[in-house]
Structure formats: C-alpha cells, structure tokens
Write a new protein. Structure first.
Length: 315
C-alpha cells in the first residue's frame, strides 16, 4: 500500500476553502477558522491528479492521477456532496491538464486547447493555444474574464464569456508577455491583474485586466527558479515559493525583492497567500504537512516572517 500523499490542490479566491486530491481520493478543508478542519471527503481507493471545487458548495470536479489513478487522464467527474453522487461525467480526446469549476462554467484545459462548457445553455467553446503542459488558465468570475495561452509562445489571450448561446470562439485581445514559453499563470483575487512567469528570462509580467496591457515586469532576484513557482498576491506583495525558498516582492511601490528566506521543507505540493485575518502563507508538502506563516510588512518595507503552526492534514 503506497503512502497517502498530496497529488493536487485547489483553493478558492477568498482563501476559505482548500481542496486536496490524494493518492486515495480527495478532502475539502475549511480555512476560515484558525485551525483548518475537514468539511467533507471521499475515499476512492485510488489517486486524484487534478481537482477543482465550487466555492461555498459541496461540488468538486476531479481527474484521476498518480501511480494508481482513479480514472483515465482524459475523464472528468463532478461530485456533489449534498446528494453524495456523481452529477456529471465528461470524456475528452486528450489528457486533461487542468480544470476550473465555476458557477456558470466548467473550464477544461487540454494540451493545445482550452474548452469552456456553459452550464446554463449547454454550449461548448474551444480556444486553441500553444503547447500547454502545465495546464495554464485563468478566470476572474466577477467580469467573466477568461485568460488562456495564445497560439504563439509567450502570449496570453483575453476573452469575455457570457451566457449567450451564440457566442463564438473568439479571443478579444492578445498580449505578448515574453518571447518564450510561460510556466505559471495566476490571476489576482481582486481582479487587478494577471501575472505570468517566464523561466527563460526569470521574470514576472503583470497584465492589467482592464486595459489588457503589460504594466509591470519584475526580474527575479535569487537562485534560478528551475520549476514552475507557486505565485500568490495580496494588495501590496507577491510571494513566490519554489524549491526550499520563499521570495517576497513589493508590488505596491513596484520594487524588486524585499525579502527571502529558506522554508522548513522542500517537497512542496501547494503554496498560497491569504489576507483573511492578516497576511498568512499556507505551504503544504507532499505528505500533507501544512505550515502556516504570518507575514507582516511595515511602512519601511521591513518584513516579519514567522511560522505560526504546523498541522498534518492527511493524518
């Protein structure tokens, strides 16, 4: 019997819920209290490789993964915990690289296409992309802004989704972020901007979600980021977790790195920033051990970074 490990994760825009896919099923945790707690879980006996959840509901979407996958990598299931049943199944022509479950849409990323299923009207849209092995996609729900990779490396496309059954597969605007592949794409929870990471240049490009223009580029300072980093943002800082280190950048005054520190562990499965009750960084390793760090940045840009608690999520 293989050890239980974290294989996938998803957290909502308000950082109140964490969904974890494991080698034996999935668990959904509530984060609004000081101590994370289990909201619900499902034991499948085999692995989940991708997971997404619908905020403030018991609805979870997932794809099998790992050494003993629950299902094939091109099959998607959606589970509703309130009815304790699978409410949707879909099969695709290629392996699924990522999926997002929203109130009006199911967004599925394949190697070279992003698929949007409009739940209310049953319409499916397909957006061709360049090679997308990391399943990069972004979505800001308040404006229904979809962000996909462009068909050319180093570009991203913006599309405004509606509930109109007559919508076409058209990208509204294309932005060039760099001239090589992108390995990370995240969207600010307040809808201010999208951030992409270019490993060749070791740079972070900020794209304004309203103007659809690049307005800030931060060059990474520190050890080379060899793996796609975990990027999170508040109103004032961006945290970058990769390998055994965290880097903190000032995005309010548009300065470069203001702080870096080695972390307790190295085999990270997830890392994200929460601003609820003060800035906190949640870092989860593959064994399911959660470290919560408190972050404080004063007016002089001095950073306080302290480990608040550690907890084994999968015990």
């Amino acid at each position: 019997m293989e050890p239980i490990e974290v294989q996938a994760y998803c957290f909502d825009d308000k950082s109140k819920t964490l969904s974890v896919g494991t080698t034996y099923g999935f668990v959904v945790y509530g984060l609004e209290k000081k101590d994370p707690y289990v909201r619900y879980k499902r034991t499948l006996g085999s692995g989940i490789g991708l997971i997404t959840s619908l905020e403030s509901t018991g609805v979870v979407g997932y794809v099998g993964g790992g050494k003993t996958p629950y299902s094939r990598a091109n099959d998607v299931e959606v589970w509703d915990d309130s009815s304790a049943s699978v409410v949707l199944k879909k099969k695709y022509e290629n392996d699924v690289k990522a999926l997002l479950l929203k109130r009006k849409y199911l967004i599925v990323v394949l190697e070279q296409v992003t698929i949007v299923h409009k739940i209310s009207c049953g319409v499916t849209l397909r957006y061709p992309t360049c090679a997308n092995p990391y399943g990069l996609v972004g979505f800001y729900e308040k404006t229904n802004c979809l962000i996909t990779l462009g068909e050319k490396e180093g570009t991203i496309g913006f599309s405004k989704l509606t509930n109109n059954a007559n919508d076409k597969n058209e990208v509204d605007s294309i932005v060039t972020c760099c001239k090589s592949a992108i390995t990370t794409l995240v969207v600010h929870s307040g809808g201010l901007y999208a951030v992409v990471f270019c490993p060749k240049k070791q740079s972070f490009s900020f794209i304004d979600l309203q103007s659809k223009e690049k307005y800030l580029v931060i060059n990474h300072q520190g050890s080379t980021l060899k793996q796609p980093p975990f990027i999170s943002m508040s109103q004032v800082i961006m945290t970058v977790v990769c390998g055994d280190s965290i880097y903190i950048y000032d995005i309010l005054k548009k300065k470069n790195k203001i702080y870096s520190q080695k972390l307790e562990r190295t085999q990270h499965a997830a890392a994200f920033l929460s601003s609820t009750g003060g800035m906190k960084l949640f870092v989860i390793d593959k064994s399911g051990l959660l470290d919560i760090y408190d972050i404080d940045v004063n007016a002089n840009q001095e950073v306080s970074f302290n480990l608040m608690m550690s907890k084994g999520l999968l015990q």
